[in-house]
Design a protein around this ligand. Sequence first.
Ligand SMILES: [Zn+2]
Length: 412
Amino acid sequence: MANIPANSKLIKKLNRMNVLNILKRRGSVSRQELAAITGLTGPAITGIVKELLQLGFVKETGLGRSQGGRKPIQLEINPEAGYVFGAEVTRQEVSLGMANLADDPVLLQRRAVDMSGPRAGVENFVRMIGSAARMVERKGRLLALGVAFPGLIDAADGTVKRSVNLGRAWDGYAICAALEDELGVKVFIENNSNAAALAESWFGDVADCRDLVYVNWGEGISAGLIADERILQGHRGYCGEIGHIVIQEGGPLCNCGNRGCLEAICAIPALERKVAGELSYIPADDPVKARAAGGRVSIEDIVDCAAVEGSYCAELMRQAARYVGFAVADIVNILNPQVVILGGRMTRAAGPALPVIEETVRGHAFPEVAAATELRISSLDGRAGFAGACALALRETLESSASDLLFSHRTV
Ligand SMILES: [Zn+2]
């Protein structure tokens, strides 16, 4: 691939992020130390720090130890610079968290909200943000809102292209513009899995990992891909739809219109449908028989019953884990990530699936590539969505060229 000419604005943003990351990791650093760690010149560091001081992101905190000359002035992140909100939207609920420049995200509210269409959705969203902002108003100013949303998202223009989970009413809806109008703060959006991948790389066990894949196994199946610290968007921003890798030609019909997709076989609704459909053929002494109420079985029932060796559900889950393993092997072959993180409702409920997925990946990915990739369960357990939305809002705020984000808002 041809080298892309260096873009000075981009380099400036990356240098600023780098300086902030060092401050966040080390707590207190002098300009001289920043120059030594980053390899940037003294004047370059002085310029970046001056800008960060003006924005209020960084503060001077006193004098450090002398290395022979004058005592250097120490710098720290300024947690009072403001905070961001991050919201994860799913079919069941909205989870709203907050974070500042220094601390990891915390959950503020998680509740069922009607998001079946944009009109009610935006209204409900605004109400939720407004009441949360009043709760934390002493924490400083609200800098931005990040949203993790299910479906195909055009992050660049802030539009929902299609959300199978929430319904066709959202097709083509410019959600960021609508929320910005109502809230008066900058709003950024990403697909749920992309946001979760970002959360893992910012706040998870593997923080600072440059190349990772987050696999969201739940109501649907999709992946968020981080390559060289950036979310891999693809041509139209739809990267990572691994749920639609065809596993069984002519298999069950998928929401996307194709047949035999991974999601149509292994996502939660597919597993529940499969058990319900085969219930009459399952032996009477199988544990799942006693759990089936009116011919319906929940995923919790399936996971519980899978703990019984030799049961129908144990075999079903093993097969599902193998299929997920095939898809993960494909990603590993294509992207050579350092870590693959399994998250979502299924992996939280079904930890035993991990060894089967791992075995399948080892057996089906190119050996050297598979050996270099670590598989693990998400350490953020249910927090990846809103934490990723916070990370998105923080990243965009920190990378913005300066004041356009910070001086445009009003009280919500
Ligand atoms: Zn599909």
